[in-house]
Design a protein around this ligand. Structure first.
Ligand code: DGL
Length: 275
């Protein structure tokens, strides 16, 4: 994490992005810790699921979104998306004029401090193939055995609001059965969409088994912004704005499990890279 900004920008917004409603699980945690900030959230619903995209596609999506935040004068951007943190953060991290916080790299240290020997990770196919979770955790603690399992169906289930349907429950059951062979002491929900499935996950293992990295991530963001004197200290009223690349109503409805968005998100369309 670099320090880039001058202090006149302290009341500029903190940007969040994800492929859809998943990042709202991070936004909600950060907003609880930092209620006096301005926020902009971008959900790339047109291009989700990110977990099945190539690196080239993810680089283009993320670059478009970072430039959107640049145009909106953000002072920091939260990669509230495990997949882009795993696949494109390293390549893009020095390209923009704001602080960038990637979820996996920010939360891994705390996870690695758990006094356990077997850790499960559920995440998107792209995140699992990158082994970003395993590598980041082992970098801090090589005594933990990490088993990573991709859950390709889960993001669509959440985006479509199907968490409590038979199909939603079956998709969760299949993966919990697969994971149970490993007998994990804890399981990381390594995709920001997965906390929406907690009600069903709890039917297969105690609630405390599941780790939502957003909780630790929010603390890291707060302390880093504070250390760099980037917190908003002005007394003016704050705002939160939501933007999506498709389906604003669906986004608002699906997000409501975690956060009640007041106004309908605005639609944003980026120009194709090679138009
Ligand atoms: N929620 C994102 C993540 O944390 C991306 C999910 C997707 O669109 O596949 O990985």
């Amino acid at each position: 994490m670099r320090t880039i900004l001058n202090k006149s920008n302290n009341n500029s917004a903190i940007g969040f992005f994800d492929s859809g409603v998943g990042g709202v699980t991070v936004f909600e945690q950060v907003k609880k810790l930092l209620p006096d900030e301005n926020y902009i959230y971008f959900g790339d619903t047109k291009n989700m699921p990110y977990g099945e995209k190539t690196k080239t596609q993810l680089l283009e999506f993320a670059d478009n979104i970072f430039r959107f935040f640049e145009r909106n004068g953000a002072k920091a951007v939260v990669m509230a998306c495990n997949t882009t943190s795993a696949i494109v953060y390293e390549e893009l991290k020095n390209n923009y004029n704001f602080e960038i916080y990637p979820i996996i790299q920010s939360a891994a240290k705390k996870i690695s401090e758990l006094q356990i020997s077997r850790l499960g990770v559920f995440a998107t196919p792209a995140t699992i193939s990158s082994h970003c979770y395993r590598n980041e955790i082992l970098r801090h603690n090589n005594k933990i055995e990490v088993v990573e399992i991709p859950c390709p169906k889960w993001v669509k289930i959440v985006e479509d609001g199907l968490e409590n349907t038979p199909a939603g429950k079956l998709a969760v059951k299949e993966k919990m059965l697969e994971m149970s062979n490993f007998k994990p002491e804890k399981i990381v929900l390594g995709c920001t969409h997965y906390p929406y499935l907690l009600e069903t996950l709890k039917e297969f293992a105690p609630r405390e088994t599941f780790i939502n990295p957003a909780i630790e991530f929010a603390k890291v963001i707060k302390s880093d912004l504070a250390a760099k004197n980037l917190l908003n200290t002005t007394k003016s009223p704050v705002s939160e704005k939501f933007y999506v690349s498709a389906n604003p109503e669906k986004f608002k409805n699906s997000a409501s499990i975690f956060y009640e968005i007041k106004e309908l998100p605005q639609l944003v369309k980026f120009q194709p890279a090679h138009a």
